[in-house]
Design a binder for this molecule. Structure first.
Ligand code: NAD
Ligand code: TYD
Length: 339
């Protein structure tokens, strides 16, 4: 079995590669990654010498490179994690999101059609459903919830989802789609809420909370997401969408306070800053379908997952300090100074 994992030098893709190499020692895993600002080869250092693993630097939009890779590797399964993934960056510069998230997805699926595949899996997001109101805790996203996006990021991911389902209907491509809630865990790029707050708190820097900090996200430990995708690619029904989420809704401000408490840092570091444009209020997933059909349930409780995550950032300072000392400084300045 050969699996091409795109975007495997990023946060979730790398965790998925670790999971797969450990669980299926006889599988060949080929990572295709462009190494954008979010991709980090040092993340994959522990598997680089594994004979079952191959890293290929390349762009999922580069048709010739993608086709060559399919000819060389003859993959059975493709799991597409590669994407521009940060909402704030999409608000500043939507173009690259459309290119990678939509055109890149189309290119990968064209290769699957041309060379044949057992399964193409699209890693999507709950953000395609838009947001839910604060005063209706009974409402959750299920797979029938209408697509209703807010940001250029979520719109590009929704476009890709529609294209994936259209390739199934039109060409019979054996696809599955998973839509997951917010992940956290090791190797999370420090532009996202949890790793940014951990890194800033450790450096005694202000903790920039957007708006009033009352927006709600449904947090899932990354390993649980990887296990869910593993189940979907092996046992999920072709043409189906599976929502993945942990029934773990939390307000941003409560997470930031938890991080302060865990690191023994004062709440006075918390700084309320101008809200994100079009900021989604609340996300919450109904994971009944994947639970009923595939037996998936989240295994890591938030209290344990956040402790593990904070310990990881304490033990792996070099990984994130290298990131925040580079080009990230310009991003941070543009995004947060005078906000
Ligand atoms: P990430 O930004 O950490 O990693 C993205 C990876 O894709 C990087 O390694 C980057 O180099 C690579 N990449 C970007 N453009 C590429 C291109 N054109 N060709 C090849 N590689 C390219 O993202 P992540 O948080 O790991 O998210 C992975 C996937 O999961 C994305 O599709 C995202 O939409 C989805 N998702 C993320 C979350 C979350 O909470 N992070 C939740 C649900 C779904
Ligand atoms: P983020 O990690 O960017 O994920 P997403 O927007 O895809 O859900 O943000 C999570 C929440 O945290 C979101 O409501 C925005 C908020 N946030 C802050 O308050 N401050 C920050 O510096 C960042 C990056 C996010």
């Amino acid at each position: 079995m050969t699996i091409i994992v795109t975007g495997g030098a990023g946060f979730i893709g790398s965790n998925f590669i670790f999971h797969m190499l450990e669980k299926y020692p006889d599988y060949r895993i080929v990572c295709l990654d462009k190494l954008t600002y979010a991709g980090n080869l040092s993340t994959l250092a522990s598997v680089m010498d594994n004979p079952q693993f191959r890293f290929v630097k390349g762009d999922i939009c580069d048709r010739e490179a993608v086709y060559n890779l399919f000819e060389e590797e003859e993959p059975d399964i493709v799991v597409n994690y590669a994407a521009e993934s940060h909402v704030d960056r999409s608000i500043e510069n939507p173009g690259v999101f459309l290119e990678t998230n939509i055109m890149g997805t189309a290119t990968m699926m064209d290769a699957c059609r041309k060379y044949g595949i057992e399964r193409y899996h699209q890693v999507s997001t709950d953000e395609v459903y838009g947001d839910l109101p604060f005063d209706r805790p009974d409402l959750l996203f299920d797979e029938e919830t209408p697509i209703h996006t807010s940001s250029p990021y979520s719109s590009s991911k929704a476009s890709a989802d529609l294209l994936v389902l259209a390739y199934h209907r039109t060409y019979g491509l054996p696809v599955t789609v998973s839509r997951c809630s917010n992940n956290y865990g090791p190797y999370h790029f420090p532009e996202k809420l949890i790793p940014l707050m951990i890194a800033n708190a450790l450096n005694d820097k202000p903790l920039p909370v957007y708006g009033e900090g009352i927006n709600v996200r449904d947090w899932l430990y990354v390993e649980d997401h990887c296990k869910a995708v593993d189940l979907v690619i092996h046992h999920g029904r072709v043409g189906e969408v599976y929502n993945i989420g942990g029934h773990n809704e939390m307000r941003n401000i409560d997470i930031v306070k938890m991080i302060c408490d865990a690191l023994d840092k004062p709440y006075s570091l918390i700084t309320y800053v101008t809200d994100r444009k079009g900021h989604d209020m609340r996300y919450a997933i109904d994971p009944s379908k994947i639970h009923t059909e595939l037996g998936w349930l989240p295994e890591t409780k938030f209290e344990d997952g956040i402790k593990k995550t904070i310990s990881w950032y304490l033990d792996n300072r070099e990984w994130w300090e290298t990131i925040i000392s580079g080009e990230y400084r310009n991003y941070y300045k543009a995004m947060y100074v005078n906000r």
